[in-house]
Design a protein around this ligand. Structure first.
Ligand SMILES: *[C@@H]1O[C@H](CO)[C@@H](O)[C@H](O)[C@H]1NC(C)=O
Ligand SMILES: *[C@@H]1O[C@H](CO)[C@@H](O)[C@H](O)[C@H]1NC(C)=O
Ligand SMILES: *[C@@H]1O[C@H](CO)[C@@H](O)[C@H](O)[C@H]1NC(C)=O
Ligand SMILES: *[C@@H]1O[C@H](CO)[C@@H](O)[C@H](O)[C@H]1NC(C)=O
Ligand SMILES: *[C@@H]1O[C@H](CO)[C@@H](O)[C@H](O)[C@H]1NC(C)=O
Length: 222
């Protein structure tokens, strides 16, 4: 029984074939799944109702995933590759190795997502302008997404606390303007930039009979 099992295992790994296309495509799907806001920006709307995660655990998960993709790449017979496939193989391997090697530095930049040039801390207009508002579903996704805001910001605060404890924060020049930027965003919900999409002329036409529900949820989140 054991012998049979071992033979099966050996066989499975010897004959398991991976192709550059398959690994690339799985890598890309995974990359989008953890980069939800980026996905929206390139027109992939699968994650439009969610925000990115900023947990410390995510950094560990990324390492595990990337190691898995690198392992799969070793099963690709690279000596049979030519032209574009060979280039894809090399580029993908390089990207994955860079992420893997970057893990060593995870307690530096990745723990400091807060600065005056990015994300919520730059201002809300950029966030809003990155979302689509063409269908009723877009509005529903948008409201769900901003409902996740407090959770995401708490995760960022938690990462920042870790950075402070480690003594590796961003320079004052990167963060000194953040409190002022945040103060500027604190407004009555109906005057917030986050609410602005619901005030657009075409919003009520798109929302139709649900025109009252989304604005109410947006006001509560805002
Ligand atoms: C890898 O590809 C080369 C060139 O096509 C071929 O000669 C070799 O047998 C392949 N190796 C395996 C393990 O399939
Ligand atoms: C609604 O208006 C915005 C600009 O105000 C535009 O970007 C969007 O495409 C419009 N949507 C529809 C469905 O007309
Ligand atoms: C932030 O850290 C606190 C204390 O460890 C924890 O209770 C809380 O769940 C964390 N928040 C998020 C959103 O991860
Ligand atoms: C950080 O920069 C601000 C604005 O330039 C300045 O007022 C503040 O004193 C600086 N804080 C530290 C600790 O250097
Ligand atoms: C926002 O709501 C407040 C209180 O309901 C109201 O006084 C104010 O005029 C509203 N502002 C806008 C821009 O609609």
């Amino acid at each position: 029984m054991w012998l049979k099992y071992l033979i099966f295992l050996a066989g499975a790994s010897l004959f398991r074939t991976e192709t550059v296309d398959k690994v690339s495509s799985d890598y890309w799907s995974w990359r989008l799944s953890i980069s939800r806001e980026f996905s929206t920006s390139i027109g992939t709307y699968k994650y439009n109702d969610r925000l990115d995660s900023y947990t410390y655990e995510k950094l560990e998960d990324m390492k595990v995933e990337v190691d898995g993709f690198l392992k799969r790449l070793t099963l690709v017979n690279s000596s049979s590759l030519v032209g574009e496939k060979l280039i894809s193989f090399k580029v993908l391997k390089e990207i994955l190795e860079n992420v893997r090697d970057g893990y060593e530095w995870k307690d530096y930049q990745p723990l400091n997502p807060i600065n005056f040039l990015e994300l919520w801390f730059y201002g809300l207009d950029i966030f809003v302008s990155a979302q689509p508002f063409d269908t009723e579903g877009d509005f529903v996704n948008y409201v769900r997404r901003i409902e996740e805001g407090p959770r995401q910001i708490e995760e960022m605060i938690n990462l920042s606390r870790r950075a402070i404890a480690n003594g590796h924060t961003s320079h004052n020049a990167s963060v000194s303007r953040v409190p002022g930027n945040i103060d500027d965003m604190v407004k009555p919900p109906n005057e917030s930039a986050l609410y602005s999409p619901l005030k657009k002329d075409n919003a009520s036409a798109i929302l139709g009979k649900n025109a009252n529900i989304c604005p109410k949820r947006a006001l509560v989140s805002g």
